[in-house]
Write a protein that binds this ligand. Structure first.
Ligand code: NAP
Length: 280
């Protein structure tokens, strides 16, 4: 490993699969020293190379987060980029998701990202430079019924990023949102598993709508992008001279946001009610 102080250092959460893993590969290929973290070290040890150091990190565990940042600093003494990527989608009607499910969703998708940011900020401020990428979603700006818990956690992430972007700028730190649409990773299978638990375990009055939602997400799966596409957008956000506040990372998200954000609430409700059969 070339440990010259010119080698930029990135810490990425959620590298066991998907976008995190693709980003670790891409940054390493582009000459970064990547600390690729995951909840289970065994899922990232095979990434280990001259440029990638595996790390055990659970973003819902304070000690794990603090130790990981300390480990990076002990090894290389700096952090140029933090990529808050770890996340998952909790599906289910808002009436039925358990409060434990809601708390776990926020701990992972929103509070974990904020805590990681708090932990790297003193170092980035001392360096006078640093970038923090928060991997959000188009669902961080428009809500889809029956994944409202996920949407809420990503809306929170977006709000925190907007505040952080303004607050950290005077210290040379840039906070940037990356918003993918559909991406072919383990993410959908995990979300569907959540939804299925609701359709099968609970004698729910919402069941038929959930089935419609799962059918709809299956139908649009063909439009989804690869994790490598999102990794490229993350690299751009990390390296461009003057990064934007947010990058919409996939074509479907660009279309969806362009259309949905122009609609009135009434129109958006009508679209979903038609698609999922949510008639009064
Ligand atoms: P993925 O393949 O399921 O990867 C998610 C990663 O997050 C996994 O490494 C997972 O680790 C990790 N993770 C979950 N909970 C964690 C925790 N408590 N601590 C640390 N890591 C944790 O899905 P992905 O598509 O790459 O998702 C990455 C990000 O992209 C997420 O924030 C997601 O919201 C966002 N996103 C995805 C899509 C999509 O369609 N795929 C669309 C928009 C946004 P384990 O293997 O240990 O579970």
């Amino acid at each position: 490993m070339d440990e010259s102080s010119n080698t930029p250092v990135a810490l990425i959460t959620g590298c066991s699969t998907g976008i995190g893993r693709a980003t670790a590969h891409l940054l390493a290929k582009k000459g970064w020293h990547v600390f690729a973290s995951a909840r289970q070290l065994g899922t990232v040890t095979n990434l280990s190379s001259g440029r990638i150091t595996p790390l055990c990190l659970d973003v819902t565990d304070e000690a794990s987060m603090a130790t990981s940042v300390q480990e990076v600093l002990a090894k290389v003494g700096r952090i140029n980029a933090l990529v808050n990527n770890a996340g998952y989608a909790q599906a289910g009607p808002m009436e039925e998701v358990s409060m434990d499910e809601v708390r776990r969703q926020f701990e992972t998708n929103a509070f974990g990202a904020l805590r990681m940011t708090q932990l790297v900020m003193p170092t980035m401020r001392a360096q006078g430079t640093g970038r923090i990428i928060n991997v959000s979603t188009m669902g961080g700006r428009v809500v889809i019924p029956f994944i409202g818990t996920y949407n809420a956690s990503k809306f929170a992430l977006e709000a925190m990023s907007d505040a952080l972007r303004m607050e950290t700028r005077p210290f040379g730190v840039r906070v940037i949102l990356v918003e993918p649409g559909g991406v072919r990773t383990n993410f959908n299978a995990a979300a569907n598993q959540n939804a299925q638990q609701h359709t099968t375990n609970i004698k729910s009055p919402y069941n038929r709508f959930l089935v419609s939602l799962m059918r709809f997400t299956g139908q649009i799966e063909g439009m989804s992008s690869t994790p490598e596409t999102v990794a490229k957008v993350i690299l751009r956000a990390l390296t461009t001279r003057n990064p934007r506040a947010r990058y919409i990372a996939t074509p479907d998200a660009r279309i969806m946001l362009a259309v949905m954000l122009r609609m009135s609430d009434r129109m958006r409700d009508a679209v979903w009610s038609r698609m999922l059969g949510l008639k009064a």
